[in-house]
Design a protein. Structure first.
Length: 431
């Protein structure tokens, strides 16, 4: 499993980085960033990614170090000199030069390598999880910008309806065909629509700033989002199909790496209980007789008092914890998926039914009331109310669409299916 947990996300990042930045010009001359560029820039700017990569590199160093064997030691010993009588000076001195080498028993080296590999896989999993979160948050922010842009457009259309109605109301009032109050109602409706536009524009600025904050520290860099939210009925997958792939999620797969790491730690602690042999070989020079002799030796600790039992018990219990911690993480992820799917299902069903039923009815009602008003059978109040109902239905449907798309982007962080975006059409299409 070494270095494979975040492979797919690393490839995605590489494709996004290699792709040329795509900036589209809006009709007004402003630049608009598309979703792929937004994600690429967010991934490139988020400090968690380079921090995670540095951690991987750090663990690679630990892996290299774990495979090293103990260095030999050069020992020099001189004895029987500088004393009194015959031992004054160096006449009876004995010089010993030897090489000592620790010989590890109990597969300590393999255990150290296993620990380092487990740490490296955990570091890779953390990068994969961070990338999912960055991509999801960028999508949500991008969707909010698209929705805010469309809300401004929708309010502008509504305001235009009231603007077109005012000249008619003014002529009717001047001709005595309607009361001055009817003209005031029309002006009030137009005023409220313009206030709503101003509010929506301010919210749009805030949404754009939030999007840009994913990669830029300057709020003045706020840009538009290219494309429009696309509603295609929002077909939903079965909830069970989302839950079936939980074990492949990086958050859960990371526990396999944690298990490998802790298993290596247990092996290392058990190996530590096995005494290592320190062997030596050297040459002894005896100055008194002008002789030279070889010497060999060795030492090994006697485990009378310390057999590393406490450290072994600690490692055993920590290894046993992994399965429970993994199951707890899986249950938490499952709960988050169920909660997110509930939000997704509710908002998408609302958006679908509003678009299919309520908005067409509101449009027909507004058209019928306008026809009845032109024929003199309906009042100005009824006309304004019908237009208000039509506007509110449009806004409600747009808000539900935004929530549906945002919920889809959030749930993509929690599942491993790659077809969610294409099946839900949850993001954008270019204009």
């Amino acid at each position: 499993m070494h270095s494979t947990i975040s492979g797919r996300f690393t490839r995605i990042l590489a494709l996004l980085v290699l792709a040329a930045p795509l900036w589209l010009a809006e009709p007004g001359g402003a630049l608009a960033v598309d979703l792929a560029t937004s994600i690429r820039k967010a991934l490139g700017a988020d400090p968690r990614i380079p921090a995670g990569q540095l951690e991987v590199e750090a663990v690679e160093g630990a892996l290299i170090q774990a495979g090293k064997r103990p260095n030999p030691e050069l020992a020099v010993e001189i004895e029987d000199f500088g004393g009194t009588g015959d031992y004054a000076g160096f006449n009876k001195a004995v010089l010993t030069i030897s090489i000592q080498k620790k010989i590890e028993f109990g597969d300590k080296r393999d255990a150290r390598i296993a620990v380092a590999i487990g740490k490296q896989d955990v570091a890779n999993a953390e990068i994969a999880v961070a990338m999912r979160e960055i991509i999801s948050q960028t999508k949500v922010d991008y969707i909010q910008v698209l929705g805010a842009q469309q809300r401004v457009e929708l309010l502008a259309v509504t305001a235009k309806r009231f603007e077109d109605l005012l000249p008619l109301l003014r002529r009717r009032s001047e001709a005595g065909a309607s009361l001055p109050a009817d003209l005031s109602r029309g002006e009030l409706a137009l005023g409220k629509a313009r206030v709503a536009i101003d509010k929506a524009k301010a919210e749009l600025v805030g949404a754009r700033r939030q999007l840009v904050s994913n990669w830029s520290g300057s709020l003045g860099d706020a840009v538009s989002a290219a494309g429009r939210l696309r509603h295609n009925g929002h077909p939903l997958p079965a909830a069970q199909s989302l839950l079936s792939g939980l074990d492949e999620h990086p958050v859960i797969r990371a526990w396999a790496a944690v298990y490998a790491q802790r298993d290596g730690e247990l092996r290392l602690q058990r190996a530590t209980a096995v005494p290592d042999l320190t062997a030596s070989a050297g040459v002894k020079r005896i100055y008194e007789t002008d002789d030279t002799a070889f010497r060999v030796g060795g030492s090994i600790p006697l485990p009378f008092y310390d057999r590393n039992e406490g450290a072994i018990q600690e490692a055993e219990r920590r290894l046993a914890k992994v399965e429970f911690e993994r199951e707890a993480a899986r249950r938490m992820l499952k709960r988050r998926v169920i909660d997110a799917f509930g939000d997704l299902e509710a908002s998408c069903i609302e958006a679908r039914r509003l678009l299919a039923v309520v908005v067409p009815i509101a449009r027909r009602a507004a058209e019928n009331v306008r026809s009845g008003f032109d024929q003199g059978r309906l009042s100005v109040k009824e006309l304004l109310d019908a237009n208000q109902d039509y506007y509110e239905a449009d806004i409600q449907q747009l808000d539900a669409d935004i929530r549906c798309h945002a919920a889809a982007a959030k749930i993509e962080t929690l599942v491993t299916r790659t077809s969610l975006q294409s099946s839900w059409q949850a993001v954008v299409r270019r204009q």
